[in-house]
Write a protein that binds this ligand. Structure first.
Ligand code: NDP
Length: 285
């Protein structure tokens, strides 16, 4: 039976260490979160982010705009936040309503305050191996892997999924760790066979329990990024990952559960990025 990687406990420890470091600073790092509309799931995410920001001793600035806000209004807010010295990190909660151009909004965020790591500048820095702000979920995956695998040199990492938000940045981070990285996607041939060659298997697909136990190399480390809501008994719903956990846990050496694996790392990494952005500015001024 695989060792279960407890992302919830790791994320709590990470927040505690961030709080200790924040307490030593002569100023409060500030995180601004922008929410457009009143999507209930997004509201819950934003409230959680705000609560955890305050808990680590940072300042939280929440901006809620109506669902019918214009592109120009949102751009104006982002530009104001770029100029605001109390704000070290800016996050625009995605997805945005259909009528807004998310790419243009993200591009307007100052790369040095882009704590989601989504601007082209930060994606380029990551690809070039330069210091920058790395997307939060991939950073969370890396921290969990670094904690369990002292040296990843030469390991074969297979990343299923090639999104800019998750798959591509995880692959870049694993490459920096000297893994031999293969990126898989919906057009990959013989995905099960490819996965069976992986020492590290990262699933970021969005398909409930797609990765079966037979796809796993014995002893491999499995990182399940997927968050999928599926029907459960009694008309309820439950969360499952992209990996069939019960099967995979019989074969893998280590595995992240869903929930309680990668998910809790994302907000902690957002706070870590805010601290990183604040410290960078301190050094520039
Ligand atoms: P996207 O939909 O942007 O990307 C999914 C990727 O999976 C694509 O590259 C797609 O390939 C690939 N894919 C789809 N179907 C298959 C298939 N049958 N076989 C192989 N590859 C396939 O999703 P995201 O990257 O944004 O998110 C992935 C998952 O991670 C989701 O479940 C999401 O909820 C979760 N997530 C979790 C977070 C967390 O905090 N833990 C944060 C962000 C996301 P192609 O490019 O060819 O279409």
């Amino acid at each position: 039976m695989a060792e279960i990687i407890d992302g919830k406990a790791f994320a709590a420890d990470l927040r505690a260490s961030i709080a200790v470091e924040v307490a030593t600073l002569p100023y409060k790092p500030g995180l601004a979160v922008v929410l457009v509309g009143d999507d209930p799931a997004s509201k819950v995410y934003v409230a959680n982010k705000a609560r955890q920001t305050v808990e680590v001793g940072m300042a939280s600035f929440e901006h809620t705009l109506p669902a019918d806000t214009t592109q120009e209004n949102l751009l104006t807010l982002v530009r104001e936040l770029n100029e605001d010295p109390a704000v070290h990190g800016i996050l625009v909660q995605l997805p945005l309503p259909q009528h807004l151009n998310a790419d243009e909004i993200i591009a307007a965020i100052s790369p040095d305050k882009d704590v989601d790591g989504l601007t082209v500048v930060n994606a380029g820095r990551l690809a070039a191996g330069l210091p920058g702000l790395v997307p939060c979920t991939p950073l969370g995956c890396l921290l969990l892997l670094e904690d369990r695998l002292a040296d990843m040199t030469g390991l074969h990492a297979v990343v299923i999924g090639r999104s800019n938000l998750v798959g591509k940045p995880i692959a870049q981070l694993l490459l920096q760790k000297n893994c031999t990285v293969t990126m898989a996607h919906s057009r990959t041939r013989d995905l099960p066979g490819l996965c069976r060659t992986a020492d590290i298997l990262v699933a970021a697909v969005g398909r409930p329990e797609m990765v079966k136990g037979q796809w796993i190399k014995p002893g491999a480390t499995v990182i399940d990024v997927g968050i999928n809501r599926v029907p459960a008994e009694g008309g309820k719903t439950k969360l499952v990952g992209d990996v069939s956990f019960q099967e995979a846990a019989q074969v893998a050496g280590r595995i992240t559960p869903v929930p309680g694996g990668v998910g809790p790392m994302t907000i902690s990494c957002l706070l870590r990025n805010t601290l990183t952005a604040a410290k960078h500015r301190e050094h520039r001024t």
